[in-house]
Write a protein that binds this ligand. Structure first.
Ligand code: UT7
Length: 323
């Protein structure tokens, strides 16, 4: 049985750090409120010349380096983003070109904060279906460019960045002892659109628009939706919360992460947290967190790793894999 195994990982962050203290001089907020309600202490903000594609390219190069591969070894690039450089062509094609890659194919997926989970699921389906052997999966965002910087309820929450992994086809026995992706679970429900959306777009206003969110409403649904897909992942594999070595959640809010871990019965020592450093980087948050924990040696070969996310749409999903 073919499994998709993580062979490399990499990240890229903009140069500029924006602290909570700086935000105090921009909107009516405080470091205390932001830290208490979200756990965020700082975020990175893209400057001139830094875009979703440039950050994605840098993360991709780092992931290829770590894997000991070059763009010549890749068949497919999938980029998860809601903040593309242009409406079209896809940011994935832009990154493909920046990497000097003119073979294979590349496309974007758009599932907002669940984007990386959607992209990994898509890559896994292509690999298991025999359509690609090595896939570069990138989550890259510049949410700073769609924020309303006068709206304190949203502008303090988000940041920019990118993370990438290389997934490679390997033969497995078809049991949960295999390395690689063991199950993926995706869901969406468009009835929740108004709770988290961007108030513009090419076919409606002809403008990019700004992010709008009813934070409390999103918060109310988050833990339940995350639990739903994680429980489905356990049902699909026979694994339980006790088998999880590392939970790598989407990093929107420390309170949502703590609440989900508690409900699932996963101790906080096994949860990777980067929201304090990066804020919510949407589709980039999971690969940024994954690379942090794999890079410093917390995640080791053979570990069971659970990825989960929930975001605009609503979309939500989980990936359970053996590292
Ligand atoms: O990435 C996936 C999608 N996004 C999320 O998962 C985000 C989900 N939601 C959240 O993380 C939280 O709901 C927030 C962090 C957005 C807000 O936390 P909350 O505990 O739900 O606060 P709240 O919206 O109920 O607001 C509490 C108070 C309000 O004042 P009143 O009405 O009680 O007087 C807000 O106006 O806090 C006020 N407030 C602020 N105060 C200082 C809202 N934003 C700020 C701010 N600084 N930046």
């Amino acid at each position: 049985m073919i499994r998709s195994v993580v062979r490399g990982f990499g990240t890229a962050l903009p140069k500029r750090v924006l602290t909570n203290a700086e935000l105090e001089s921009m909107v009516d907020t405080s470091d205390e409120w932001i830290v208490q309600r979200t756990g965020i202490r700082q975020r990175y903000i893209a400057g001139e010349g830094e875009t979703t594609a440039s950050l994605g390219e840098a993360a991709a190069r780092a992931a290829l380096d770590k894997a000991g591969l070059t763009a010549a070894d890749i068949d497919l690039i999938i980029v998860a983003t809601s903040t593309p450089d242009n409406t079209f062509p896809a940011t994935a094609v832009n990154i493909q070109n920046r990497l000097g890659m003119h073979h294979g194919f590349a496309f974007d997926v758009q599932a907002v904060c669940s984007g990386f989970v959607y992209a990994v699921t898509t890559a896994d389906a292509y690999i298991r279906g025999g359509l690609a052997r090595r896939v570069l999966v990138i989550g890259a965002e510049t949410f700073s460019r769609i924020l309303d910087w006068t709206d304190r309820t949203t502008c303090v929450l988000f940041g920019d960045g990118a993370g990438a992994i290389v997934l490679e086809a390997r033969e497995g026995a078809g049991t949960i002892a295999d390395r690689g992706i063991l199950t993926t679970q995706l869901r969406s429900d468009g009835a929740h659109r108004e709770k988290l959306y961007v108030d513009g777009g090419p076919s409606t206003t002809g403008t990019v628009g700004h992010l709008r969110m009813e934070g409390r409403e999103v918060f109310k649904h988050a833990v339940g939706m995350i639990t739903d897909v994680v429980v489905s992942s356990f049902d699909a594999t026979g694994l339980t919360a006790d088998d999880i070595d590392w939970l790598v959640p989407h990093q929107a809010n420390k309170r949502i992460i703590d609440g989900s871990a508690k409900k699932l019965g996963i101790p906080l020592e096994k949860v990777v947290i980067t929201v304090d450093q990066h804020g919510n980087t949407s589709a980039a948050s999971i690969p940024l967190a994954l690379a942090a924990a794999a890079g410093d040696g917390r995640i080791k070969e053979g570990d069971i790793v659970l990825l989960e996310a929930m975001g605009g749409g609503f979309t939500w999903g989980a990936v359970l894999l053996r590292w």
